[in-house]
Ligand binder design. Sequence first.
Ligand SMILES: [Zn+2]
Length: 110
Amino acid sequence: MPRITTKIGKGYRVTLPEAAREALGVRVGDYLTWIVEEGTVEVAKAAVIKCPHCGFEAPLEGFRLVRKPWRFRFYTVRRLQCPNCRKVFNYYSGKAPSGKVVEYVTKGRA
Ligand SMILES: [Zn+2]
């Protein structure tokens, strides 16, 4: 397990070390999700969500949350509005009992 030190530059920019890029499976233009919990930071490749109405793609932050997320089985369901076509849809994400991370979108009620 490589341990790599990088310097933080202006604007808090850092270079993502090659070993980290490979481990995360990310390329230039991809998004990262930073999970900050109890003093530790976990970094993951951000899921890109595709609007089921128009095909617009962005990470979760690119869509507007139109109501408080709710739970459905092992999923967290977020009702999102697309900034491109302004239509709403449901984004399901969660960890299945098998440990597999599952996510999908449905058009939901119009
Ligand atoms: Zn759309």
